[in-house]
Write a protein that binds this ligand. Structure first.
Ligand SMILES: Cc1ncc(COP(=O)(O)O)c(C=O)c1O
Length: 453
């Protein structure tokens, strides 16, 4: 079912009577309440009792006996590099993860950034080439492109989904474009049907940045299995975590062997040194933690999704905080974060920073997540000032590159983002989820007090 914000907002506004609409026309926003009967007292930020006091969220990552034993066994074995043994922890994890995701092959790496950089290099993307990606992502996505000295071209977003707008992707294709890296922000799918159609039409490769999208489904496929290659992060905060770690998945044997070779400092499995490549190998300790953590992975995934669905249902017709839009065909999410869009007109025009301060004081750790799109970060000027980039790209191309760093929808999206880190908190109970809703409604009920913060 398509769960778009448009629909929600239409439903909400559809319920409003003529009087209410007149109020809105006069710039007064009607009140709304999910738990109107609950007495929530004074805002905690102004000295009241917090909704959630001294109550920890479920810990993530969780440390299990199995993990401790696996680490001890690995330590004792003195085989700490994957090249020291055959069928060690990393080999075993690669097979298990490929099976979990539904691809033929998987190659472990030392991080999600390394997985992405491995794919860019393995696909033969070189200086002079362009790769189109999202501005609203971890710097690792862009870093993977510039490591191969290619030009990262940033497409604007659909502000309500926080995902790249396929039409802007298509507008930014040039004869130099070699690939698209769609980023699954929040572990939810982009409009992948459209992105794949554009890639096919223009003969472009697709590297999926599924660093936040473990196990998430879209139209019967798992994220990471739709394009040519898929990348995952197992960084400490992720839903599957080993400190720092990553993986590339895919079904094309030759391409996946090339990925193995690239991340193995250009050395193929047969020991021949054949290409350019850094050393991005996952080590045996990381493999040990990950293997042990696969226990219960589906149950945790389902729990996070059930809790996100519960929150979304509660907020369904509330226009002040609108859940991240899901494209048609989205089955569930990796849910690294639970993301909402803050509409200040429903909070007495209070700045998002005030809302965040108020809700954090209630014991709910919402943040603004990525403060602004990557088009607003200093790397853009750094890149265009580099001697290497000036040699490889004409002045006109670098000028266009900079001019394209105007991404108004991304600016709107980042200014509205209100996100809860989900790997731990969304493993909570229904009561934990109700605390989130109660805190939102408490702040909303006291929206006229936000100016005092
Ligand atoms: C969307 C996205 N892409 C890339 C990365 C980079 O992954 P890593 O931190 O494992 O290098 C991350 C990690 O936060 C991410 O969230």
């Amino acid at each position: 079912m398509e769960e778009t914000n448009d629909l929600n907002r239409r439903k909400f506004f559809g319920k409003l009577g003529a009087g209410t609409l007149a109020m809105m026309a006069a710039n007064t926003i009607p009140a709304y309440s999910i738990h109107s009967s609950l007495d929530k007292g004074k805002l905690a930020v102004l000295g009241g009792e917090p909704i959630r006091k001294n109550k920890a969220w479920p810990a993530w990552p969780q440390v299990t006996e199995k993990m401790l034993n696996a680490m001890a066994d690995t330590t004792r074995s003195a085989k700490w590099s994957r090249i020291s043994l055959k069928d060690g922890n990393v080999d075993t994890f690669e097979k298990a993860y490929a099976q979990l995701i539904g691809t033929k092959y998987c190659v472990g790496t030392g991080s999600g950034t390394q997985a992405l950089a491995t794919c860019v290099e393995a696909l033969g993307i070189e200086p002079g080439d362009e790769v189109i990606t999202s501005p609203y992502t971890d710097m690792g996505t862009v870093s993977a492109i510039i490591t191969s000295r290619a030009l990262p071209v940033l497409a604007d977003l659909h502000a309500d989904s926080y995902q790249i707008d396929p039409e802007d992707v298509e507008r930014k294709i040039t004869p130099h474009t070699k690939a698209i890296i769609p980023v699954y922000l929040g572990g939810l799918a982009c409009d992948m049907d459209r992105i794949m159609a554009i890639a096919k039409k223009h003969n472009l490769k697709v590297i999926e940045d599924a660093c936040q999208g473990h196990l998430a489904g879209y139209k019967g496929k798992k994220l990471g299995t739709i394009g040519d290659l898929g990348c995952f992060s197992f960084q400490a905060s992720k839903g599957i975590a080993c400190g720092e770690g990553g993986a590339v998945v895919g079904n094309d044997f030759d391409l996946m062997e090339q990925c193995f070779t690239v991340q193995n400092h250009g050395t193929a499995r047969n020991g021949k040194h054949v290409t350019i490549g850094p050393k991005y190998r996952m080590n045996e300790f990381e493999g040990a933690i990950l293997m042990a953590q696969l226990d219960g992975v589906r149950e945790r995934f389902e729990l996070r999704n059930a809790n996100a669905d519960y929150l979304n249902a509660k907020l369904k017709d509330f226009p002040g905080l609108v859940p991240q839009r899901r494209y048609e065909g989205t089955e569930n999410g990796g849910l690294y974060i639970y993301a909402l869009a803050y509409h200040k007109e429903h909070f007495n025009n209070a700045d998002r920073s005030k809302f965040l301060k108020a809700i954090q004081a209630e014991g709910i750790g919402f943040t603004g997540y990525i403060p602004n799109g990557l088009h607003r970060e200093p790397w853009v000027d750094h890149l265009t000032g580099l001697r290497s980039y000036k040699k490889m790209y004409s002045t006109a191309r670098l000028k266009t590159f900079k001019e394209q760093m105007v991404l108004p929808q991304c600016d709107i999206a980042s200014s509205r983002m209100v996100s809860l880190w989900a790997s731990g908190p969304l493993l909570g109970s229904r009561q934990d989820m109700d605390n989130i809703i109660d805190a939102i409604m408490k702040v909303y009920d006291h929206r006229d007090k936000l100016s005092e913060i």
